[in-house]
Design a protein around this ligand. Sequence first.
Ligand code: NG6
Ligand code: CA
Length: 508
Amino acid sequence: MKVPVLLSTSLFAFASFSFTEAQKPNIIVILADDLGYGDVSAQGATTIKTPNLDRLANEGIRFTNGYATSATSTPSRYGMMTGMYPWKNDKAKILPGNAPLIIKEDQYTLPKMMQEAGYATAAIGKWHLGMGDGNADWNKTVKPGAKEIGFDYSNLIAATNDRVPTVYVENGNVIGLDMTDPLQVNYKKNFDGEPTALTNPEMLKMHWSHGHNQSIHNGIPRIGFQKGGKSAMWVDEDMADYFTGIAKDFMTNHKDKPFFLYFGLHQPHVPRAPHSRFVGSSGMGPRGDAILEADWSVGELMAHLDKLGLLENTLVFFSSDNGPVLDDGYKDQAVELLGQHKPAGLLRGGKYSLYEAGTRVPFFVYWKGEIKPAVSDAMVCQLDIMASVATLIKKKLPAELDSQNTLKAFMGKSKKGREELVIEANSKLAYRAGDWAFIPPYNGAVRNQTGNELGNLPEGGLFNLKSDLGQETNVAKQHAKKYKQMESRFLEITKGYFKTNVKDIVLE
Ligand code: NG6
Ligand code: CA
């Protein structure tokens, strides 16, 4: 083995490996959108096969207790990107496409940390953390945005694939805009004479089931109104190819220097409109096809890393921003064609839920040659990527972060991860510690329009996940002492943030 030159500032050592400043490992975080615990064949799916995700799972560490901080996208991504619990920022809620950036420009972030450590940084794909100052003019550079929070390069969709503006934004600039056809966006009212799903249903190739009946683009109705910008509009079916290509280019351009890449997949979030190559490939309709498209995309990125000779010098995190949902507002037969497939695996709930499937998601950590394949039950969370990577690259962090160093668990050197975690869903909080899940008393609907169970339990809930992974039996009463103990610790951590009378967000 080649021993690096022993200069105290240039030698980094962790457990069995060491690397020099110049060889600092690249870090890639891939976040799928609404991919459930059971949506990957390495985690039990049999109807669909996801060979590329399986490779990360089976040749890396596959975590059975891997969590997002939240059961929806914005708060979840906020937690990952800032190392702070999202419920400490009251703006970290599902954002419209014209929302301002919710991360303060002077806030410490994962990408800023990587920049300071000499990394080239990029955010590619889904953003959903707000862009601009709240009065964005999409025909000029929209800022603050990814750049201001630490990304040298960004190529993004502003919010979600079901929200306007339906354009790609590169470094704050809408790509392909024709200045004679300015792009305008409004979430309150339509622009005179512009078609919507309600006025012009004949224009639709995909129909809505709830919400999603405003501006139409590419035959698909969206949330929000937009006008103009026609030359800049994305083609949903090409989005995977587009972002995969951009990510490959970024890797190629930075192959000789350490890089940090955040890659936000848009699948299998609605509207599910995969490329024709994937249409029909899953036998499960657009949702399954979109998962296979995401699997392909990940495979492409990994093959590219290999081609560039970077596989052995790149640490890859793969996870999902929140749990699964079938009907999230479009009639795309996700429910009808599901068959035996279980998007949440054996877990209860799904996206929007305080039950496990809201936040317990696929979570794989892969590093060829450094990480030995294993299945780990350690509790890990996306929140902890920041402090763990900091430890790996020997970077000091501001003390007040919620992010914890679980590097040893991520690298498979320890079976111990986090001891406890507060998760969020629709501004409601729940608590996980050891084998136990605690849900404080909340009123509200049993399910929302998607059919997913929200986990509102007016009496409060306590579940032993070891003996009851599916959370079928609420043992709050039988284990009153444990309940009290969990409650008191939960109240301690969430002091000043926990509210009992939170209303459910109503999806229209
Ligand atoms: C909801 C949308 C849903 C999805 C979600 C955000 C309606 C009826 N539903 O409000 O379709 O876009 O927001 O999903 O509008 S997330 O994964 O980005 O958090
Ligand atoms: Ca999501």
